[in-house]
Design a protein around this ligand. Structure first.
Ligand code: NAD
Length: 500
């Protein structure tokens, strides 16, 4: 396989049919990291045809659950074997720190193992009591068919794996299209699937742009399911393109996630320290390029001054630099476009009356921070209110907005005042209040006195415009299945509805 043979169709690595290529940049210095094939609609059609053949007539349909689970476990082992290499690729490709890259590999390994265990442990179908000893009724699960998997640039390997592992576990074939900005670990993942023994045609990969590759996948008549993770605008287009074919569609979209802090959580020094530390982590990990980033701090008025002062002090001290450098805590933004978007959001917030408490500009270059990299300083904006653009829209940059409240009702109203509904947190020393509050938050994941952890066995997804469907957990497997009811009459006899 040469460097630009990044399209994988029917078990063969190849260049784009058109011969087109794309440079993938390292966001820490804007140098070329790799050159990949720039696939088009023709490559996409070929990949879908291969997936269709492998589903309809290949050996894949005959595999047992045990065989597929064993394959997933082999992939998990291979991921661990290549942990350092993959972590490094992800760090260079996305800008995240090497340690974050390694953690992603571990999380992904867990997801592969989880889905292997899930399909093994659930047993066969579900026998249904039909109310008659003469009837055997069972609900079984079957694969949906050919799946189109479209992923974003912020967690490339992780988002790919949340789709690939259940798609394989359920017995589907697929075509995956990673983000054109960060395709490299998905290429590596497909190599591992081949090494683990996946038959040709089951896993196909087309590197290329959202339009035409993603758009063609979403509308393609031979695709049965589209699972998309990305922004609201592209997700809406995918849903529209998939609608005429009545495909199954799963959408994991953006978020504008509240982090609600009650004063009682800061009553002790330890409590205060923890809440500030986690608010920083919620907002600034991976430079805020996280769908579940806690980008909206909603804090009780009585602790606001002390909390925001400490937050801003610590935000200023975050060590920005190339993700592979020792001691660096936070990498660059992924692209020049993302940097420009961040700058525009901060400018608009200041015009709308926000008060800058930290950041608000690009940091000075340094030994670990090339001048050509897409770095932006962690930015805390005080005096924000819910009508501001920076509070309403997903910035996907290192921007934390601060709003305040006086009562629990007001805090809840602010926390739920978003068109999204992906994730959010509440901090309180009063367990009853924290649980009451969490119970009323309209978000797919709610943390009490924590931020960011997720579990492969618990569903992930959003309320509102954060998406449709769920990944991970049993529901994350169900997305890739059709249910079939098999009703067997053990004593067939005429029903005599019609007299003649
Ligand atoms: P994006 O929507 O720009 O792109 C996502 C993917 O869709 C890419 O592969 C892109 O090439 C493709 N695409 C673009 N236009 C398309 C079209 N018309 N048809 C089909 N595919 C198309 O998103 P992004 O900028 O790569 O990622 C950031 C977004 O992803 C944020 O909004 C973030 O919140 C979201 N995200 C959500 C989750 C989640 O779990 N809910 C996780 C990670 C990221």
């Amino acid at each position: 396989m040469s460097a630009v043979e990044t399209i994988h169709v029917d078990g063969v690595w190849q260049t784009a049919i058109s011969g087109a290529q794309r440079e993938v940049l390292d966001p820490a210095d804007a140098t070329t990291l790799a050159v990949v094939a720039e696939g088009g609609a023709d490559d996409t059609d070929a990949a879908v045809a291969a997936a269709r053949r492998a589903f309809d007539s290949g050996p894949w349909r005959q595999t047992t659950v045990a065989e597929r689970a064993a394959l997933l476990r082999r992939v998990a082992d291979l991921l661990q074997r290549d942990r350092e290499e993959i972590g490094l690729i992800e760090s260079h490709d996305t800008g995240k720190t090497l340690e974050e890259g390694r953690i992603d590999v571990d999380d992904v390994t867990n997801a592969f193992r989880y889905f292997a265990d899930l399909v093994i442990n659930e047993g066969g179908g579900r026998v249904v009591d039909a109310g008659s000893p003469d009837v055997h009724s069972i609900v079984v699960h079957e694969p949906v068919g050919v799946c189109a998997l479209i992923t974003p640039w912020n967690y490339p390997l992780l988002q790919a794996s949340w789709k690939v592992a259940p798609a394989i576990a359920a017995g589907n074939t697929f075509v995956i299209k990673p983000s054109e900005v960060t395709p490299l670990t998905t290429v590596h993942l497909i190599k591992l699937l081949v090494e683990a023994g996946l038959p040709a045609g089951v896993a196909n990969l087309v590197t290329g742009a959202g339009d035409p590759v993603g758009a063609r996948l979403a509308e393609h008549p031979d695709v049965d399911l589209v699972s998309f993770t990305g922004g609201l605008a592209s997700g809406t287009k995918v849903a529209q393109a998939a609608a005429p074919g009545v495909k199954k569609v799963a959408l994991e979209l953006g978020g504008k996630n509240p982090n609600v802090v009650f004063a009682d959580s800061c009553a002790t020094e330890d409590g205060f320290d923890t809440a500030v530390d986690q608010a920083l982590n919620a907002a600034f990990i991976h430079s805020g390029q996280v769908c579940s980033a806690g980008a909206r701090l909603i804090i009780e008025e009585s602790v606001r001054d002390r909390f925001v002062a400490e937050l801003a002090r610590r935000a200023e001290k975050i060590k920005l630099g190339r993700g592979t450098e020792e001691g660096v805590e936070c990498g660059p933004l992924v692209s020049a476009q993302q940097l420009a978007k961040t700058e525009a959001y901060v400018a608009s917030a200041l015009v709308e009356g926000a008060q800058l408490r930290s950041g608000g500009s690009r940091p000075a270059p340094s030994a670990v921070r090339p001048a050509t990299g897409y770095f932006y300083s962690p930015t805390v904006l005080d005096n924000c209110h819910r009508k501001m653009k920076v509070v309403r829209e997903e910035t996907f940059g290192p921007i934390l907005t601060v709003e305040t409240f006086l009562t629990e009702d007001e805090a809840l109203e602010l926390a739920n005042d978003t068109e999204y509904g992906l994730a959010g947190a509440v901090w309180s020393a009063d367990t009853a209040r924290a649980r009451r509050f969490a119970g009323q938050m309209r978000h797919g994941t709610v943390w009490i006195n924590d931020f960011h952890p997720y579990l492969p066995q618990a569903e992930w997804g959003g309320f509102g415009k954060s998406g449709v469907g769920r990944e991970l957990g049993p529901a994350g497997l169900a997305e890739y299945r059709e249910s079939k009811h098999v009703y067997e009459n053990l004593r067939p006899a005429p029903v005599r509805w019609f007299a003649g």
